[in-house]
Design a protein around this ligand. Sequence first.
Ligand SMILES: [Zn+2]
Length: 290
Amino acid sequence: MTQQEVQNLVAEVVTLCLQKQEGQQQKCAAPSEILAEASARHVHLTREAVEALFGRGASLTKRKDLSQKGEFLSEQRVRVVTPKGELSNVAVLGPERSAVQVELSRSDCRTLGIQAPVRLSGDLSGAANVYLIGPNGMLQANGSAIVAKAHIHLPPDEAARRGLYDGQLVSVRMESSRPLTFEGIEVRVKESFTPALHIDLDEANACALDSQTRAVILSGERDTPVCACPGGQAPETKKAPVEIPNLVTEQTARCLVKQCSGSLMLSKRTILTPSAIDVFRQARICIERE
Ligand SMILES: [Zn+2]
């Protein structure tokens, strides 16, 4: 391929990218990535439940902090039992709460032979009955078992920056070796929250969640990345924060999309490989030329 042909190809691709961008309703359709975390089965206990299971005066001891401020994994473990099955070594999360809540996956419910409803944490309407067994006793936890509904935690400033609000339902596209899109995921906004998507183990396995997985928040409308800037205005074109080589490969592009939003200014001389162009396109980043 001659130099001229390469330049023509680059110009054509840049034009395509600009046309695509202009065709979108919002010019600033930058992606909205979020940390995805899988929650294994666990229980939340009241003060009375802690004493019933672990003895009078007992309290939960912290093993490690969780991503949400104040929440921790305790050293304590319980068994969750029904007439049909049992789960042992189930984690107890602290601090203590005002109601006993057992969060299970659908697979766990099959093991236990119960039909727990899908609910956001804190909503125990229609929750199933289980028994909890600790080293010091047993507890009949009626109306406590739910299948946790996938949700997103965001602090208010972060929600505003991403154009999201408390109670909003969004879709999240999981870009992994088993890509899929979760729909109807509720956004929860609170000062103490740290940005994270929480899914259960069934959902994590369904999308083969691992450390390489990108979770991209989409608006309720399918396949439209949530605008990352307030008021639907296009973000300012950012100068690339890093030195950009003359040839941008897919790998370099993946690096660059993490560091910019909206658009990226490149020198006229910079050549993009087709797979790099795909990466920018997927990330809805428009390439501009100096
Ligand atoms: Zn959560």
